[in-house]
Design a protein. Structure first.
Length: 357
């Protein structure tokens, strides 16, 4: 048999083993690409590199290596001195492996003992709480503040609460070098009027007595006593992406909203009782106040007013939309249409709206 034919035959013999092993390894590392949170950010590059390296190595093993073997290896080549000195060791290692494998196959029940011991060791590893977190907190001389008021709270209510929260933070944290607050930031839920966001900028570590962690622990306890809105303090982690949201998120799925209406309150109550979580919230809320208006269509038709005209009138009265601009003193001001506060706060205030043809 020629050298080239031998290389082709050898690559055929190992083809199935190489492909099967490569697919198994790729299947192990590919799910890492879909992990979320800190774990996903930490191991994303690792999974890509490992899966790519396995695919490339399989391609090399089936193409480049057999070709190089036909060019480098010679049929009449003799073993070197290094081969004669090391070959006895590998023969002894092969014999030991063969004898140990035969002994193990004679006592197969030992495999179940090994499985039980490994399972017990894994259970101990996961049952024992870790001494620290997998990612250290980012020492950025700053903290993040988030507040959520009850459903139905207005922009003015939330703005007033953030003013109170600002005074509270400035009094409790003398190490503050700067404080930025945003009322209804808009990057939360779609109805984020009742939410607020803040960022505490601390003075440099060498200019204050307390560390960032000590300030965080102190504030996390004190903000729980604030009334008016649920407030929590958070620290930035050293590993993370640009995605928003809480560090731990849980998804509840159901076929209908009625089922979620029953499950969510119980789920939130149990989560709040767990001391592990400092703040618990849900993005699907069923307790938002609503006013249901029924239109007398017969009377509207008799008056020549369409339901669209009524809807637009109510929208202009309550939404606070911009109608236009006007100039005064060289400055431009917005013209915003809105009913008075007394009429907006009362449910029957909409009855004072007038719709003309």
């Amino acid at each position: 048999m020629g050298i080239i034919e031998a290389g082709i035959l050898g690559s055929r013999e190992i083809f199935f083993a190489v492909v099967a092993t490569s697919l198994a390894l790729v299947a192990v590392f590919t799910p890492i690409l879909f992990l979320g949170g800190i774990t996903g950010r930490l191991f994303l590059e690792f999974g890509v590199v490992m899966a790519g390296a396995i695919i490339i190595s399989s391609f090399v093993a089936l193409t480049l290596t057999p070709m190089l073997s036909t060019k480098i290896l010679k049929s009449d080549a003799k073993h070197s001195c290094f081969y004669h000195k090391t070959e006895p060791f590998f023969k002894w290692l092969n014999a030991k492996y063969k004898s140990s494998l035969e002994s193990f196959m004679e006592k197969r029940w030992v495999a179940f003992v090994v499985i039980v011991i490994c399972g017990f060791g894994i259970w101990l590893f996961y049952a024992k709480p870790a001494a620290g977190t997998c990612a250290a907190w980012k020492i950025a001389d700053g903290l993040i503040v988030s507040a959520t008021a009850p459903e139905g709270a207005t922009f003015e209510y939330m703005d007033h609460y953030l003013d109170q929260l600002t005074d509270f933070l400035m009094e409790e944290v003398p190490e503050i070098d700067g404080l930025i607050t945003v009322t209804s930031p808009g990057f939360g839920a779609s109805s984020s009027v009742n939410s607020g966001f803040g960022r505490i900028i601390l003075s440099p570590a060498d200019e204050r007595e307390r560390s960032q962690q000590e300030i965080y622990n102190d504030l996390s306890t004190k903000v729980q006593d604030l009334s008016g809105a649920r407030t929590f303090i958070a620290q930035e982690q050293s590993i993370g992406g640009g995605r928003g949201g809480q560090p731990v998120q849980y998804v509840l799925q159901s076929g209908t909203n009625e089922d979620l209406k029953e499950i969510i309150p119980e789920f939130l109550e149990q989560a709040r009782q767990d001391p592990t979580f400092a703040f618990v919230d849900v993005n699907l809320k069923f307790n938002k106040p609503e006013v249901e208006i029924k239109i007398d269509r017969d009377r509207a038709q008799a008056l020549g007013v369409s339901t669209r005209d009524i809807a637009e009138t109510l929208q202009l009265a309550y939404s606070g939309q911009r109608f236009g601009y006007f100039l005064k003193g060289g400055k431009q001001y917005q013209v915003i249409g809105q009913m008075s506060r007394e009429d907006r706060n009362a449910p029957h205030g909409s009855a004072k709206s007038v719709c003309k043809k």
